[in-house]
Design a protein around this ligand. Structure first.
Ligand code: CS2
Length: 495
């Protein structure tokens, strides 16, 4: 850290360089009406920023946020935020922009593993009006194959047996809602901001399933009173690296232990369904609509799907960052063609140009300063593939349309587990809660994809039974194994 950088705290805000935007409001006036579970880079680059923008408008409610960590590893976020008065730096970066601002909308943080009761009471407090979530796909305990609730998961079993001492987000929310019910308080809105299709429906379904097993009166109360808005959230936000921390210090003079570096692009499309009020996010760019589903599908199939398309092939080819993949013309053509293959199952949205969206994605992926890690986009594929790739494949198959490139992507994911090393023999850094299980299935199977495709909790029954899909995946897997990544992509792109 350069000697001149200034430790980020409330007292030091006025000492920061004039080019750094700081909260234009008195943070002491904020009431944390929102409790956010899963304060990571994404939340801090997205929802907390919308609120910060809104708070800068003087004629709005003084609505603040309290973070809530439920994972053991969240102790680091708690400590960092506590040491900087819950302030953090958000940097937007591209080839043409570099701007830093300090966000002030987050005013408190609770670390549930060591303060379970405090976490539940905070959510049960009268002032709490929204509980929002970015807990990633895995946090919802959904069986990808059947769409059902993973009731036998040890974390859920623990919570069902100890409902007043829950560990999972689901158990914590259920207990807090139950206390509100018993105390005659209005419920809070449960707002998922995760990348799941129908994220509001998903969290609603999971909570109801949980409550039906533990507390039928609560289930009925939730159904009658709690709102679960669906939303589409979009901003590419890589994990913060030590180099980012160093750079924020040298470039902007801020000593911030955990800044966020993100792209200039930002989008939030949300349903206006709230049970206990909400900030006026529409004043700062959020789009309210009754048709979130179309936006979600467009984004997941094109943006997140393309990420998966480049992730495993890119990792096998030895790339570290997304921008390096996008500097390879072969991959750019591959991604463009992948998006073309998916387009027939992308909904038409009034006033939205799909071709414009696809063009902007190529630009966003190519952002040369973003340093989005290939390991990040590869991570937790066992949860992402069923949401961002397989629905496109099923719908295209149903319409007798091509799934050639999509099958190659599935094959690349299988090959990634089977090989365990990239083209140069370097071990792959595989991050997936199911990594051991999947490696054990993929490795002995070699070029036979069937054992992996038979994992029903990922592929379900219907897709597994599809002969075309099986054959296409087998063909791609054989080619990857015999000819390597580059030659395979070339063959798939050949006219
Ligand atoms: C990415 C997303 O996790 C992933 O693999 O595709 O995090 C993506 O960057 C965001 O959804 C962009 O909004």
């Amino acid at each position: 850290m350069p000697e001149l950088s200034i430790k980020l705290t409330t007292a030091n805000l006025s000492r920061l360089s004039a080019e750094v935007q700081t909260p234009a409001y008195d943070r002491r006036e904020l009431i944390p009406h929102t409790i956010h579970i899963g304060v990571g880079g994404f939340h801090r680059a997205h929802q907390a920023l919308y609120l910060d923008d809104l708070l800068a408008m003087k004629d709005t409610e003084r609505w603040g946020e309290c973070g809530l960590g439920v994972l053991k590893s969240d102790d680091r976020m708690r400590d960092v935020l506590a040491s900087q008065d819950h302030l953090y730096t958000l940097v937007e970066r591209s080839a043409d922009t570099q701007s830093a601002r300090v966000i002030g909308s987050l005013v408190d943080y609770i670390y549930a593993p060591e303060a379970r009761e405090a976490a539940i009471e905070k959510m049960s407090a009268v002032e709490t009006r929204i509980v929002s979530l970015t807990i990633t796909e895995g946090g919802y305990f959904i069986d990808e194959g059947t769409g059902g609730f993973l009731v036998n998961h040890p974390a859920i079993q623990h919570d069902l047996q100890n409902p007043t001492e829950p560990k999972s987000s689901i158990g914590l929310i259920a207990e807090a809602l139950d206390r509100r019910r018993v105390r005659g308080l209005a419920p809070f809105t449960v707002m998922s901001c995760d990348n799941l299709q129908g994220n509001g429906h998903v969290i609603s379904k999971v909570l109801s399933a949980y409550a039906s097993l533990s507390n039928p009166a609560l289930e009925a109360w939730i159904t009658a009173n709690v709102a679960f808005p669906n939303s589409m959230v979009d901003r590419i936000t890589p994990a913060t690296t030590p180099a980012d921390i160093e750079w924020v210090g040298s470039r902007f003079g801020i000593d911030d232990a955990w800044p966020v570096v993100t792209e200039p692009f930002l989008q939030w499309v949300i349903e206006d369904t709230f049970s206990n009020g909400r900030p006026q996010w529409e004043r700062v760019g959020a789009q309210f609509t009754t048709d979130v589903a179309s936006y979600e599908i467009m984004k997941m199939r094109l943006l997140n799907g393309s990420h998966l398309a480049m992730a495993y092939l890119g990792a096998l080819a030895g790339y570290t960052y997304v921008q390096d993949i996008m500097a390879d013309p072969l991959f750019v053509t591959f991604i463009e063609r992948f998006m073309e293959e998916v387009t027939p199952v992308v909904p038409i949205i009034p006033n939205t140009s799909i071709s414009g969206y696809k063009k902007s994605l190529i630009e966003r992926f190519s952002n040369p300063t973003i340093n989005d890690q290939v390991t990040r986009i590869c991570s937790e594929g066992s949860a992402k593939i069923p949401k961002w790739l397989l629905p496109s494949i099923q719908e295209l198959l149903d319409r007798d349309l091509s799934v050639d490139l999509l099958s190659l992507v599935v094959a690349s994911w299988i090959f990634y587990f089977g090989e365990g090393v990239d083209q140069s023999g370097k071990p792959l850094d595989i991050v997936d809660v199911r990594a051991d299980e999947l490696t054990r299935i993929a490795q002995p199977a070699g070029t036979n994809p069937l054992p992996m495709l038979a994992v029903q909790s990922i592929f379900g029954e219907r897709l597994f039974a599809n002969e075309t899909f099986r054959q296409k995946t087998a063909e791609a897997l054989r080619m990857l194994s015999n000819e390597g990544v580059t030659a395979t992509i070339k063959r798939y792109l050949a006219p």
